[in-house]
Ligand binder design. Structure first.
Ligand SMILES: O=C[C@H](O)COP(=O)(O)O
Length: 247
């Protein structure tokens, strides 16, 4: 069963209206491979601005949202607020949320569940630290992270899993195609064993961590790598080349 290639650009806490305009015009100029689903994860304050201007073949995503709809949660935004301005996607569980903002597996899983129940599609991020990899714990760590999500959700249809080894994020140290493939394969088997075969076959598992125009083609050749979540390079013109990695 073929899975449509999926490339997300996570702008993180970068940009301005001017930068957003530049990045959007670069994407519009493309040309983008029509066989690829493309997403941009935009700082909350620019979501409305970008959504108004983005062409309809580009998904606009929030980089976070909370696990409930409304109330006394200063600084948070809810899935229904995102839906209200036409946003259909959210990135959850990014390692920067886990590490800097101490988001635990349970909270992330609750957020994923609530986002899905509210009609959003989710890019759910998981990945091990360097210490965990060096201690031989990669498989156990990603299994624990994905299990937390599995325990809360009942439908995987609108989930994309992003495997992002923390040691590769923003460091220029990309996982080798084999290192990434090994973990993606483990995750797909985990889905087959713990959820079901159909979910394992259809769920996109994308790789993130220092993906660039120079390394994307080799990574894209691996059979369990269904796309990328791109940080730094999504703020550069080369993002178009990464979207087109399969061409
Ligand atoms: O969400 C994207 C990842 O954190 C990867 O970031 P990076 O491409 O700058 O390493």
């Amino acid at each position: 069963m073929s899975r449509k290639f999926f490339v997300g650009g996570n702008w993180k806490m970068n940009g301005s209206k001017k930068v957003a305009d530049e990045l959007l015009s670069n994407l519009v100029k493309g040309p983008l491979d029509p066989n690829v689903e493309v997403l941009i994860g935009v700082p909350a304050i620019y979501l409305d601005f970008v959504k108004e201007k983005a062409p309809c073949n580009i998904y606009v995503a929030a980089q976070n949202c909370y696990k409930t709809e409304k109330g006394a949660f200063t600084g948070e935004i809810s899935p229904s607020m995102l839906k209200d301005i036409g946003i259909d996607w959210v990135i959850l569980g990014h390692s920067e949320r886990r590490q800097i903002f101490q988001e635990a597996d349970t909270l992330i899983a609750e957020k994923v569940n609530h986002a899905l129940e509210s009609g959003l599609s989710v890019v759910a991020c998981i990945g091990e630290t360097l210490e965990e990899r060096e201690a031989g714990q990669t498989e156990a760590v990603v299994a624990k992270q994905i299990k937390a999500i599995k325990d809360k959700i009942c439908n995987w249809q609108n989930v994309v899993i992003a495997y992002e080894p923390v040691w590769a994020i923003g460091t220029g140290k990309t996982a080798s195609p084999q290192q990434a493939q090994d973990v993606h394969k483990i995750l797909r088997k985990w889905l087959a064993d713990e959820v079901n075969e159909a979910v394992a076959k259809t769920t996109r598992i994308i790789y993130g961590g220092s993906v660039t125009a120079s390394n994307c083609k080799e990574l894209a050749k691996e059979c369990d790598i269904d796309g990328f979540l791109v940080g730094g390079a999504s703020l550069k013109p080369e993002f178009v080349d990464i979207v087109n990695a399969n061409q």
